[in-house]
Design a protein around this ligand. Structure first.
Ligand code: PLP
Length: 410
């Protein structure tokens, strides 16, 4: 059976994976080598130098391409390295239309790095196709989406955006980090490039930084492969191995993340101390219909605002015991994050609020622990945050930082 016909849980384990031809080792070896012998000058077995290619990286790239249903995958040293390489396709004078609610580092890359080189951008409410249409200019070369978005978890109609972009010469880029290919495959919806921070769900164990680009477009792939080698932000073979170990369990992990997140979102909605819950799986969420149309599950991220002010929400973030206060997401363990002072601090306050991100919003990366323990933890933290009797968060790490790590992040 051709690999492309396999179901996604099977692809997660088998796409691009072959036993080591030298030994039969079932797992792809970690090829810790920088160079490869040549039998004659210029004659080799497909690999000449590990920036240009490494067999462990090849196995990962094929695995990621298989998962996204794409012909070509490329792995990078980080999600931002993947983004930066992709942006090298642009020239001075080109323009990007970007969803307003994107990862803070993506915004920073547009605003603080590429703008200086004459690449301009416009941010839009990407839940509104009219807004996207109105922002497209004759020089727009990319429409950049993140769906579900970070941290408001809004969804963009990817097919609708592709239709708009087809009428122009803009490529549609989808950051699929939050959904993962288990829940959403943008290439099948017509997107040109899928982007990942593999640091998150694909790696899945909070032990590696990595990024990826996947495309079906042969010409685009050749350009990106050239840039991957020419600009050099490649991952090492050990990192590739760790991500491959992660993707094998992606399908089962995502099922549990989705199940736990739904249980927690519903619990929070019914909690008298909660003002607002953001989760596309909730029926009254504004993105619910779009999520149902293009996703096979609603993901493991839930954002929440408690009643009361910023201070109260801050106390909440300081009071959880199982939910660790930390940046990042997508690992098996649950995390809590305060975007305004942590992941999204690089976006100016007015720009954050224009996009609906309030300073009181807390983002939960719901792990795969038993959801009953997670609910107990949230309930005790909500109760504590009301009284002001704050548990010293992560007391065991206080010797290397202040009592509440949020203080440092502020
Ligand atoms: C983390 C993240 C990135 C950046 O990836 P790194 O691996 O941290 O460089 C990009 N997009 C999204 C949605 C992210 O969560």
């Amino acid at each position: 059976m051709p690999e492309s016909d396999l179901k996604i849980a099977t692809k997660a384990i088998h796409a691009g994976q072959y036993p080591d031809p030298a030994t039969g080792a079932i797992m792809t070896p970690v090829y810790l080598t920088s160079t490869y012998i040549q039998s004659e000058p210029g004659v080799h077995q497909g690999y000449d130098y590990s920036r240009s290619g490494n067999p462990t990286r090849t196995a990962l790239e094929a695995n990621l391409a298989g998962l996204e249903g794409g012909r070509h995958g490329l792995a990078f040293a980080s999600g931002l390295a993947a983004e930066n390489t992709l942006l090298h396709l642009l020239e001075s004078g080109d323009h990007i239309v970007s969803a307003r609610d994107v990862y803070g580092g993506t915004y920073r890359l547009f605003d603080r790095v590429w703008k200086q080189f004459g690449v301009s951008y416009t941010t839009v409410d990407a839940t509104n196709l009219e807004d996207i249409r109105n922002a497209i200019q004759p020089n727009t070369k990319m429409v950049w989406l993140e769906s579900p978005s970070n941290p408001l978890l809004t969804c963009t109609d990817i097919e609708g955006t592709v239709d708009l972009a087809r009428a122009t010469n803009a490529k549609v880029v989808v950051d699929n980090t939050f959904a993962t290919p288990i829940l959403q495959r943008p290439l099948e919806l017509g997107a040109d490039v899928v982007l990942h921070s593999v640091t998150k769900y694909l790696g899945g164990h909070s032990d590696v930084i990595g990024g990826a680009l996947v495309t079906n477009d042969d010409e685009l792939h050749e350009q990106l492969r050239f840039l991957q080698n020419a600009t050099g932000s490649v991952p090492g073979p050990m990192d590739c191995f760790l991500v491959l170990r992660g993707t094998k369990t992606l399908s089962v992990r995502m099922k549990q993340h989705c199940e736990n997140a739904m249980i927690i979102a519903e619990h929070l909605v019914s909690h008298p101390e909660v003002e607002r819950v953001y989760y596309p799986g909730l029926k009254d969420n504004p993105s619910h219909a779009v999520a149902c149309k293009q996703m096979e599950g609603f993901g493991g991220m839930v954002s929440v605002e408690l009643n009361g002010d910023f201070e109260r929400n801050r106390r909440f973030a300081c009071s959880t015991k199982l939910f660790a206060l930390a940046e990042s997401l997508g690992g098996v363990e649950s995390l809590i994050n305060h975007p305004a002072s942590m992941t999204h601090a690089s976006i100016p306050k007015e720009e954050r609020e224009r996009g609906g991100l309030r300073d009181s919003l807390m983002r939960l990366s719901v792990g795969i622990e038993d959801p009953r323990d997670l609910i107990d933890d949230l309930d005790q933290a909500i109760a504590r945050s009301k009284t002001g009797n704050v548990h010293v968060h992560n007391a065991d790490v206080t010797q290397v930082g202040p009592d509440c790590r949020l203080n440092r992040a502020c």
